[in-house]
Design a protein around this ligand. Structure first.
Ligand SMILES: *[C@@H]1O[C@H](CO)[C@@H](O)[C@H](O)[C@H]1NC(C)=O
Ligand SMILES: *[C@@H]1O[C@H](CO)[C@@H](O)[C@H](O)[C@H]1NC(C)=O
Ligand SMILES: *[C@@H]1O[C@H](CO)[C@@H](O)[C@H](O)[C@H]1NC(C)=O
Length: 405
């Protein structure tokens, strides 16, 4: 049904003109240099052989100075681009007003910004012995991002910068993998300071209907799995997006919401800049594995924040238990965690976030709810007012924790 709608829409709109905003033709390094910063692309190798690209934003103004490193980590199906594309501005010479592109706002103010790309997105498709054409490459979910990707990136940043701690901002799945890491590899609790969660996601018990479709429409998952391991190959989707989203709103809203927002959990947002959608879909979806999508679907069905469920026999083999182990967030000892949440968030639902708060043993240093009641899951990244409601708060929290470094 949904696929049919997408298909029809694409046919109808195939006349649509190409997008014109220059950002829609830019890769992450090009976005960074377009704003007057230098981009370094670091290749970080995980202990299981995945080669991840980490984009570093270097502000020449602070060269030679010791500036505090911060890692920004994207959500499901996204990439480093998330923190760079929300608005045209953000350049090194722009005004002091807090803008919408978090990566640039931080670089401008003297933070050493490292943008992670988890395995399987378009910037992290290499491996020491596999190619992304092989099914085995795609045999991962967010479990492996937590177990291997995140430690490799944190170790690399600390090693290169010589700092003893690194700040971290995650969005959505970018928070999930940090909660998973901090509850399973205790030493990282001391290395991450602060850990700021934009739309924290662990359980997805109360995730809304749009997201739930993912769990129940097995056909949807199967459709995109036809070619093997990757889910929603970004070329197909961004081609669909380019055609659909370049048309005049409200038609473009309709298409884009059906393709993309349907999947990612933002819907009918008054915060969405419709004319900028071609830029958003030029970066996202950036790719992940089918297994990762299935893992999230399991979370919706099983009500737990657990490792991947291989079924009875598979679980016995992998975990020595019939059911997959839960990530026990009560084991987290990090005392520098902060939340920024939203009422209209269909993925980090307020009830799931409340459950997480109750399970944590540590006290949060900051717990902010965006005051605008319609703010949704994607508005943290793409909202017209993300500068005011999100980025300003991130800067305040970083300032507050800088004193007790
Ligand atoms: C993979 O490696 C090749 C050659 O080293 C490089 O040109 C390419 O950019 C890399 N691709 C990704 C997605 O990292
Ligand atoms: C740290 O960096 C040095 C070179 O700067 C390198 O030789 C070493 O392997 C790195 N260690 C880790 C754990 O990445
Ligand atoms: C909305 O997007 C257009 C096209 O990219 C851009 O020119 C405009 O500045 C954006 N508006 C806001 C408020 O960010």
């Amino acid at each position: 049904m949904i696929l049919l709608r997408i298909f029809t829409a694409v046919l109808v709109l195939s006349w649509a003109s190409a997008a014109t905003d220059p950002d829609s033709a830019r890769t992450v390094p090009e976005l960074i240099s377009s704003r007057g910063y230098e981009c370094q692309a670091h290749q970080v190798v995980t202990s299981d052989g995945y080669i991840l690209t980490v984009h570093r934003v270097v502000n020449a103004k602070f060269s030679g100075q010791s500036v505090k490193p911060i890692i920004l980590n994207h959500g499901l199906l996204s990439s480093a681009g998330d923190f760079l594309i929300n608005s045209p501005g953000g350049g090194a010479g722009d005004s002091d007003e807090v803008g919408n592109n978090l990566g640039f706002e931080l670089a401008k103010r003297g933070y050493d910004v490292w943008l992670a790309n988890n395995r399987g997105n378009k910037y992290s498709l290499n491996h020491t012995s596999l190619t992304s054409k092989q099914r085995k490459f795609w045999d991962f979910s967010f479990d492996e991002m937590a177990e291997y990707d995140l430690p490799a990136v944190i170790d690399h940043v600390l090693n290169i910068t010589g700092f003893e701690t690194v700040s971290y901002v995650g969005h959505s799945q970018g928070t999930s993998i940090m909660f998973a890491l901090l509850s399973t590899q205790p030493k990282y609790n001391k290395l991450v300071k602060p850990f700021i969660s934009l739309a924290p996601v662990t359980t997805v018990i109360w995730a809304t209907a749009n997201v739930r479709l993912l769990a129940y429409e097995d056909a949807l998952i199967k459709f995109f799995e036809i070619k093997g391991g990757p889910f929603l190959p970004d070329k197909v989707l961004s081609a669909l997006g380019k055609v659909g989203c370049a048309a005049a709103p409200p038609v473009s809203n309709y298409i884009c919401e059906n393709i993309l927002f349907f999947i990612l959990g933002g819907w009918d947002s008054p915060q969405l800049n419709a004319t900028r959608v071609p830029v958003y879909v030029s970066q996202d979806p950036a790719g992940t594995s089918s297994k990762n999508m299935i893992h999230w679907a399991q979370g919706i069905r099983q009500f737990t924040f657990s490792k991947f469920d291989y079924g009875l026999i598979g679980n016995l083999k992998k975990y020595g238990k019939p059911i997959p182990p839960e990530y026990d967030v009560s084991k987290i000892t990090n005392e520098n965690m902060a939340f920024i949440t939203a009422l209209n968030d269909g993925l980090a639902d307020p009830l799931d976030v409340q459950l997480l708060r109750e399970r944590l043993r540590v006290k949060l240093i900051h717990d902010e709810r965006v005051p605008y009641p319609l703010f949704n899951h994607l508005d943290f990244i793409w909202g017209k007012d993300s500068g005011k409601y999100v980025n300003q708060v991130v800067l305040d929290i970083l300032k507050k924790t800088a004193d007790n470094q």
